[in-house]
Design a protein around this ligand. Structure first.
Ligand code: SF4
Length: 358
C-alpha cells in the first residue's frame, strides 16, 4: 500500500470530518444525555462518566453531521465540564500531581492559575502536511521545564513571574469565539498547544460548550497528562499529536525535570490507542547523542505496542534556552546527518509509517 493510502487509513476519522461525513467527537458528546447534579460526590460523577464512556465507545460508527441534535438537559460534555472544574480544585491535570486549588489563587509546577492565557493564534503552515492550514492556539505555561525549550518565553512565563503569565487572558467563551474565527478563515483543525495545553484543560473543555462547528479537535501536547485528564479528553479529541521525547526516565528528569516519564508515556499511549479515536501522529524529536538511549527504545516500543500510528521523526533540534547559554554542553549542537539517517533506517526496519509526515 502507498504511504498516502496508509495515512488516510490511519487518520480515517480526521479525513471523514474534513469531508463533513462524520461528527467531531465533541459534538457527539453533546448528543448524549447525562443525568447528574452539581451536589453529587465526585466518585459518583466518575461512575456516571464511565458508563457513558462505554456507551460512547460502543457507538463509534460515523455519524452524519445532518443528524446532529443537542440532547435535552445535561449532556456527556456537561458532565466532563463539571468534572474538570472539580479536578482543578486539587489539580491533577498532569502527572506532577500538585494538588493545589487553582481556583483559590494557587498554582503548581506549571505556574498557571485559574485563568488561561494565550500568546498567539494563527493559521500554522509549518505543521505536518495533512494538518495544514492548522488553527493553532498557543497557551502560556507548561508542565515540563525543558532545558532546550524554543518557546521558553511562553512556557516558563508563570514560573518566572508568578501571577503574570504571557499573552492575552481568555475565558471559555473567548476561546470558542477564537476557534470559530480561525475555522472560518480555513483551519482544518483546532490545534491546542503551548507551552502545553494541559494546564488549560478546564478552559479548553469548557469552551467546547460554546463551539458548534464540525471541526477536528487536535491535542498537541507533551502528553504528560494524568489518567483522569485522558479519560475526559479521549471522547473529545479527534486527532492526537503527542510528543514522545525520551526513551528512559533519566534523560527525562535531566532535560525536562519530570519523573516517571517512561511509565506515564507507555500508559497514556496505550490508553488512547485503545479508547480514543486512534488517529495518532507521534512526534519524536531526535536529540544529539540520544539515538541509542531515546530514539531506538521509543520506536521499538511503538512498533511492538501501537504499530498502527503515524510517526513524525523530527530532525530540527537546535540548542536553545539554557543549553544555548552554556549549560548541558553535551546537547549543545544540532544532530548530524548520520544520526538522523540511523534513526530513519531503524524506523524502516521496524516497518513504521513515518515518511509521509517526517
Ligand atoms: S497542570 Fe500539572 S503542573 Fe499545573 S498545577 Fe496541575 S498538576 Fe500541577
Amino acid at each position: 500500500m502507498f504511504s498516502n493510502q496508509i495515512l488516510k487509513k490511519r487518520l480515517n476519522h480526521y479525513y471523514l470530518i474534513l469531508q463533513n461525513s462524520t461528527l467531531a467527537y465533541y459534538l457527539r458528546c453533546k448528543t448524549i444525555p447525562a443525568t447528574f447534579n452539581h451536589n453529587q460526590d465526585e466518585n459518583e460523577l466518575w461512575d456516571i462518566h464511565s458508563r457513558l464512556k462505554q456507551k460512547f465507545e460502543e457507538n463509534k460508527i460515523p455519524i452524519p453531521p445532518a443528524n446532529f441534535e443537542n440532547c435535552e438537559g445535561n449532556s456527556f460534555l456537561d458532565l466532563k465540564i463539571e468534572l474538570v472544574q472539580r479536578i482543578i480544585k486539587s489539580c491533577e491535570f498532569c502527572e506532577n500531581f500538585c494538588h493545589v486549588d487553582r481556583t483559590a489563587n494557587q498554582s503548581g509546577f506549571c505556574g498557571v492559575y485559574d485563568e488561561s492565557y494565550i500568546s498567539s493564534i494563527f493559521l500554522h503552515m509549518g505543521e505536518e502536511p495533512p494538518l495544514i492550514p492548522s488553527g493553532t492556539i498557543f497557551f502560556s505555561g507548561c508542565s515540563f521545564e525543558c532545558v532546550f525549550c524554543q518557546n521558553n518565553d511562553i512556557s516558563t512565563a508563570g514560573k518566572k513571574y508568578p501571577m503574570r503569565v504571557a499573552g492575552r487572558k481568555v475565558t471559555p467563551n473567548d476561546l470558542a469565539t477564537l476557534a470559530t474565527t480561525i475555522y472560518n478563515k480555513g483551519a482544518k483543525n483546532i490545534n491546542y498547544v503551548g507551552g502545553d495545553p494541559t494546564p488549560n484543560l478546564h478552559t479548553i473543555i469548557s469552551s467546547l460548550k460554546f463551539q458548534s462547528e464540525n471541526v477536528c479537535q487536535l491535542w498537541n501536547s507533551n502528553f504528560y497528562n494524568s489518567i483522569h485528564a485522558l479519560e475526559l479528553l479521549s471522547d473529545l479529541i479527534d486527532l492526537w499529536l503527542p510528543d514522545f521525547k525520551y526513551g528512559n526516565n533519566e534523560c527525562a528528569e535531566k532535560y525536562s525535570k519530570i519523573k516517571s516519564y517512561w511509565e506515564v508515556m507507555k500508559r497514556n499511549f496505550a490508553y488512547i490507542y485503545e479508547h480514543g479515536s486512534r488517529n495518532i501522529i507521534i512526534r519524536h524529536l531526535v536529540m544529539p547523542g540520544h539515538v541509542e538511549c531515546c530514539s531506538k527504545p521509543i520506536l521499538k516500543w511503538i512498533s511492538d505496542n501501537i504499530p498502527k500510528v503515524v510517526v513524525n521523526i523530527m530532525g530540527q533540534y537546535h540548542p536553545a534556552y539554557l543549553v544555548s547559554q552554556g549549560q548541558y554542553p553535551e546537547i549543545n549542537r544540532r544532530i548530524t546527518r548520520a544520526e538522523k539517517q540511523e534513526v530513519f533506517n531503524y524506523a524502516d526496519d521496524l516497518g513504521l509509517e513515518f515518511r509521509s509526515v517526517s
